[in-house]
Ligand binder design. Structure first.
Ligand SMILES: NC(=O)c1ccc[n+]([C@@H]2O[C@H](COP(=O)([O-])OP(=O)(O)OC[C@H]3O[C@@H](n4cnc5c(N)ncnc54)[C@H](OP(=O)(O)O)[C@@H]3O)[C@@H](O)[C@H]2O)c1
Length: 268
């Protein structure tokens, strides 16, 4: 499925994007990494090519439609038209709603929502021609509310809505759309989160099973290969999501209980 395919991965210089790029390169794909930071991008590309993989790196900002459109045109002429787009670029901001500025909300939405939207717009002419795939990395926080994630949940819920609706429009054009909703995993995004996150957020996220990066990569690729629309890596996480969606009252009750314990600790 991936051999010889040109796969563009936004956020490909780090975390899940980079881990997917490495794995797909070993499966024979030509991977094209996009991120802003040039040094990390070049290191990521070097890591893949040192192991015999074929990789390219393009520095660009997904939150700018002009920049990302130019980047996809450059990719098409320098590497060839992409077959698959994986949208992994994202940022996380955590904190109490009343202490988060509107500018921070905009920053998160511009990256996690418009960043994906812009990349799809820029890649779509190529993806339609190749009858390819679009893979959007959302989050479990795009399916259920999480304490401290008002910015992040807003952006990921919007992304889930976009992906669900887009799937219907892409189907008659022969383009497959996948929605990946991971739970928390260790990556540069979450590295220092425990130093700063609110106790309530810590308590709440503990109710959602955490997985390692390998499980994320394995289950994401398996889900794409099987043609699944919604991919939730990790069996326990799938059960948690199922519970939260179908027994939402019970799920909220359990989360309230966990959160209120940490809240009482903090305010006594
Ligand atoms: N880690 C988790 O626990 C977790 C859980 C659920 C879902 N997710 C989602 O999974 C995806 C990957 O997360 P991760 O943990 O792998 O994050 P990460 O290690 O922090 O990597 C984020 C990547 O996105 C790039 N990026 C950020 N803003 C960008 C922009 N405006 N334009 C272009 N590239 C940009 C970063 O490079 P530059 O900064 O150099 O641009 C980096 O390559 C994200 O969408 C995240 O929301 C993560």
């Amino acid at each position: 499925m991936f051999k010889g395919k040109k796969i563009v991965i936004t956020g490909g210089s780090s975390g899940l994007g980079l881990a997917l790029a490495k794995e797909l390169a070993t499966k024979g794909a030509v991977v094209v990494l996009i991120a802003r930071g040039k040094e990390k991008l070049e290191n990521a590309k070097a890591e893949i090519t040192a192991k015999g993989g074929r990789a390219y790196a393009f520095s660009s900002d997904v939150s700018s439609i002009e920049a990302i459109t130019e980047t996809f045109n450059n990719i098409a002429s320098e590497v060839g038209p992409p077959d698959i787009l994986i949208n992994s670029a994202g940022i996380l901001r955590e904190g109490y709603f009343d202490r988060i500025s509107v500018d921070t909300f905009r920053e998160v939405i511009e990256t996690n929502y418009f960043g994906v939207l812009n990349s799809i717009k820029a890649a779509l002419p190529f993806i339609i021609k190749s009858k390819g795939r679009i893979v959007n990395i959302a989050s479990v926080a795009g399916l259920m509310g999480v304490f401290g994630y008002t910015t992040y949940c807003s952006s990921k819920f919007a992304l889930v809505g976009l992906t669900e609706a887009l799937r219907y429009e892409m189907k008659p054009l022969g383009v497959k759309v996948h929605l990946v909703c991971p739970s928390e995993f260790a990556s540069p995004m979450t590295e220092h989160l425990n130093d700063t996150r609110t106790p309530e957020n810590k308590a709440h996220t503990l109710t959602i099973p955490e997985y390692d990066l390998d499980t994320m990569v394995r289950d994401t690729i398996k889900g794409i290969e099987k043609g699944k629309f919604m991919i939730v890596p990790g069996i326990l996480c799938r059960l948690t999501v199922l519970g939260a969606r179908h027994f939402s009252e019970i799920s909220r009750f359990v989360c309230d209980l966990k959160i209120s314990r940490s809240w009482v600790d903090r305010h006594l």
